[in-house]
Design a protein around this ligand. Structure first.
Ligand SMILES: Cc1cc2nc3c(=O)[nH]c(=O)nc-3n(C[C@H](O)[C@H](O)[C@H](O)COP(=O)(O)O)c2cc1C
Length: 340
């Protein structure tokens, strides 16, 4: 790893920790507390249950998102390629990890996954805090173009930056910059947390600033405060203290859906989603798309066939949940709770 830049080195450490260690919060996301209404006699044939959805005007075969993870380091590039091939063949959406390194280095070999996924719905990614450091609107256009992305994910991660030894901690004055970005970047902007949850006030301000969608990424899955503690002896104690900091995903989703309803802003459920059944629970609570990060990473580490099999099982689980609630499609499930 000697000729890696500090950012590449950090990315590789993140991947290794996430694959090999217990990196999740100890508090649950709350998905298991959502009981879907069972229908003893669905007036349906399971084979006709339809998982297709539209998100930001793009058709998807199922309401799944491979949440933003990696890229820009040697291992990150190969993980992204495997995930992109899955997104392409199965018709799901995929986010890449932070492209700050691409904005800085402008290296044509980085984030070159579009060639392997010509039709997939892909989301570019950058940390919102970077707008206070070296990243401007032109850099954001560049990273979107590199991927020919359908949207730009702007991630929020104050706890991670606060615990990370080398974190960027000046989050002040970002709203006008976010508003300017939404106006000028040329693709829809999705505002996303990274595992501590979007709170209702941030959701409201995001909508006012012009974001096109919100990804709650709540507590209950991968925990970035804790991971940054694992990366550094000096920050270990702080990371452990904050391991359960955040808004459990189920609570964050309900609050954000309530805020987003009047403007019909789409909402992504994520953070500790671990199955197609959890995804059905998120949709029932009003989500439009369901994101998972760690489960895709770990399945991909087993091999491409294992990744495909993991994904197929989750689509089947979602289909069964739709069937057993008597819902012919995702819209029907959302209607059951008045979420449409
Ligand atoms: C290895 C790894 C790297 C990640 N890097 C990013 C990132 O660069 N940008 C981002 O928005 N989120 C990033 N995340 C956060 C995920 O997108 C997601 O919000 C979070 O892990 C919670 O979902 P999970 O519990 O399904 O893992 C990363 C997650 C993992 C596992």
């Amino acid at each position: 790893m000697t000729d890696l830049t500090p950012i590449q080195q950090r990315k590789e450490e993140h991947l290794e920790l996430c694959r090999e260690q217990d990196v999740e919060s100890q508090l649950g996301a709350g998905w298991s507390t959502v009981t879907l209404p069972h229908c003893a006699l669905p007036d349906l044939d399971l084979k006709d249950v339809d998982t297709r959805v539209e998100f930001l005007g793009h058709k998807l075969a199922a309401p799944f998102l491979i949440s933003s993870m990696t890229g820009g380091s040697p291992e990150g590039e190969s993980v992204n390629l495997v995930l992109a091939r899955l997104a392409e063949s199965k018709g799901l959406a995929m986010g890449v990890g932070s492209q700050r390194i691409l904005a800085e280095k402008r290296d044509s070999k980085m984030f070159s996954i579009r060639e392997s996924a010509p039709k997939a719905v892909l989301f570019a990614n950058i940390g919102a805090v970077q707008l206070n450091y070296s990243v401007g609107v032109d850099d954001c256009r560049f990273i979107v173009d590199r991927l020919r992305a359908q949207a730009l994910v702007l991630h929020l991660n104050p706890l991670q930056e606060a615990v990370q030894l080398e974190g960027d901690r000046n989050f002040s004055g970002l709203w006008p910059k976010i508003q300017q970005l939404c106006k000028t970047v040329g693709v829809p902007v999705i505002l996303k947390e990274t595992g501590c949850g979007i709170d209702p006030l941030t959701a409201k301000r995001g909508i006012e600033a012009g974001v096109a969608a919100l990804d709650v990424a709540g507590l209950g899955g991968t925990h970035w405060g804790f991971i940054e503690g694992l990366r550094s002896q000096k920050r270990r104690e702080l990371g452990a203290i904050f391991r359960d900091w955040g808004i459990p995903s189920k609570n964050a989703l309900e609050a954000v859906v309530a805020v987003a309803r009047s403007t019909k802003t789409p909402v992504i459920a994520s953070g500790g989603l671990r199955s197609g059944l959890d995804a059905a629970r998120g949709l029932f609570l009003g989500a439009d798309l369901c994101g998972m990060a760690l489960p895709f990473l770990r399945a991909a580490a087993q091999g491409e066939r294992e990744l495909e099999s993991f994904f197929d099982t989750q689509v089947e689980a979602l289909k069964i949940a739709l069937f057993c609630t008597g819902s012919a499609n995702v819209a029907a499930l959302k209607k059951l709770r008045g979420n449409l």
